[in-house]
Design a protein around this ligand. Structure first.
Ligand code: GLU
Length: 479
């Protein structure tokens, strides 16, 4: 049998808001590490803080992870469903003597703290209820529900060989006896993490570096439980362009907001994987390449800066090269979001193909493609003033007559008809194409004319040309 334990990682968000892109990057790193080593990637919802956790936030996390394709390999674990198990472990530790009851009241702890501060000492629990051989413990006060504290080793060091940050050493003297269960019996945060990581057989913990200082405490508890501590990789945070921790102040920080901004999930993942990690100067990675090439030990120690322009650039590269059929459902989502039913119009994949050179996001594509599916809301004022003139109207009217009798409504036939028309009248193509665009798309931007008219279809094209002709004849007659 192989002695190498297979890799198990987890992403363990606290459901207190939306899924932050920093969290998404942690999830991605965790997922990639597991995949690269043929292991499993799990999800755990850390919802024991009932005041701050909401069902809505749990849903937001699942939605975000689903959208990114970072779903757990097995059913997610919810901490709130594990209270019996935490209680059982606490009982076991009390029996084994690795944890003990502490009856200090809040007032006592406040006094302890004040006295330590007055002596210019670091405030910490002084161990007065910590049982030691030969030590006489204080008398148990009446009516105090004791907390349970972990009996942290008094000396020695905890060495964390962090996969990103390198070795970090902590002195046990600096760690006091952590409360693992409150007076009401509920387990505390660090303790739940430990029991879960142990029960889920986690071999590699990938998480934000705001948790570095929890690590030595968690390792000590794991050791007291006879469990092998996992390896740790603490991922540096993401900063905004101004060098301050990325927050709402900088704009979008929730994964789903990026969906609304018109990103493709794989483009966002690609952007996130490059945030603090590189492989030569390669910018674009398929998921398969990410799995093969991602090396967590090469994630930078310093925080990375979020660069929206670069993220949009990556998105554009994906839009341009992705299979349009694959992009179609996402485009569908955007059109429906702005009240457009894509059922009445050309195939989404065809529109994507026609538009993607000039659209960096799906929001832009939606804005520029609504006219294929919905009636025009009006003409862009400037464009109409420039192109829907008396002269433009005459051109459109004549062209409409020509198109009306076009035997076949195909892009090549339309190309010939429009070009032939312009040539026959001795007009530059722009003099013809721009009024057509404003007439059919409401604005002077659209894919090439033959494509635009082909996709729009005969009926809509002719009706819009006719409406534009009357608009040109007299003001006030909007389509
Ligand atoms: N629940 C923690 C958070 O959302 C993560 C804890 C961990 O990964 O150990 O920051």
């Amino acid at each position: 049998m192989s002695a190498v334990a297979s890799v198990v990682t987890r992403f363990a968000p606290s459901p207190t808001g939306f899924l932050h892109i920093g969290g998404a990057r942690t999830a991605l790193f965790s997922y990639l590490y597991a995949r690269r080593h043929g292991g499993r990637y799990l999800l755990r919802i850390e919802d024991t803080d009932r005041e701050r956790s909401t069902d809505e936030a749990v849903r937001a996390i699942f939605d975000g992870l689903d959208w990114l394709g970072l779903v757990s390999d097995v059913e997610p674990v919810f901490q709130t469903q594990r209270f019996d198990r935490y209680r059982e472990v606490i009982e076991g530790m009390l029996e084994a003597g690795t944890a003990y009851h502490c009856y200090c009241t809040k007032e006592e702890l406040d006094q302890m703290r004040a006295a330590q501060m007055a002596r210019k000492e670091k405030p910490r629990y002084d161990g007065r209820w910590r049982p030691e051989p030969g030590k006489v413990l204080p008398e148990r006060p009446e009516g105090v529900q004791p907390v349970v504290r972990f009996k942290n080793p008094l000396s020695g060091e905890v060495l964390v060989d962090d996969m990103i940050k390198g070795p970090i050493s902590f002195q046990n003297e600096e760690l006091d006896d952590l409360i693992i269960a409150r007076g009401d019996g509920t387990p505390t945060y660090n303790f739940c993490v430990v029991v879960d990581d142990m029960d889920m057989d986690i071999t590699h913990v990938v998480r934000g570096d705001d948790h570095v200082n929890n690590t030595p405490r968690q390792i000590n508890i794991l050791k007291a439980l006879g469990a092998e501590p996992p390896a740790y990789a603490h991922v540096p945070m993401i900063l905004g362009a101004d060098g301050v921790k990325l927050s709402k102040r900088h704009g979008a920080v929730g994964v789903i907001e990026y969906r609304a901004l018109g990103f493709l999930p794989e483009a966002l993942l690609n952007y996130l994987v490059r945030l603090g990690w590189s492989h030569g100067d390669q910018e674009l990675f398929s998921r398969q390449e990410m799995v093969e090439l991602f090396d967590i030990s090469r994630v930078q120690k310093a925080p990375a800066r979020f660069d929206m322009e670069k993220a949009v650039w990556v998105n554009h590269q994906y839009l341009k090269s992705a299979d349009p059929v694959h992009v179609a459902p996402e485009f569908d989502w955007h059109l429906r979001r702005v009240g457009v039913d894509p059922a009445h119009g050309p195939a989404l994949a065809a529109v994507i193909e026609a538009q993607r050179e000039r659209c960096k996001t799906l929001v832009e594509m939606t804005e520029k493609s609504k006219f294929f599916y919905a009636e025009l809301e009006g003409y862009n004022e400037k464009d109409a003033a420039k192109h829907l003139t008396a002269e433009g109207g005459a051109v459109l009217d004549a062209l409409r007559e020509r198109l009306e009798v076009l035997p076949q409504w195909t892009a090549p036939a339309l190309h010939e008809a429009v070009n032939g028309f312009a040539e026959g009248r001795g007009l530059g193509l722009g003099k013809v194409a721009q009024p057509i665009r404003v007439a059919v798309a409401g604005m002077a931007i659209s894919p090439p004319i033959d494509q635009t008219l082909f996709l729009l279809g005969r009926e809509r094209t002719l009706a819009r040309l006719a409406a534009a002709v009357s608009y040109c004849r007299g003001p006030g007659a909007q389509p």
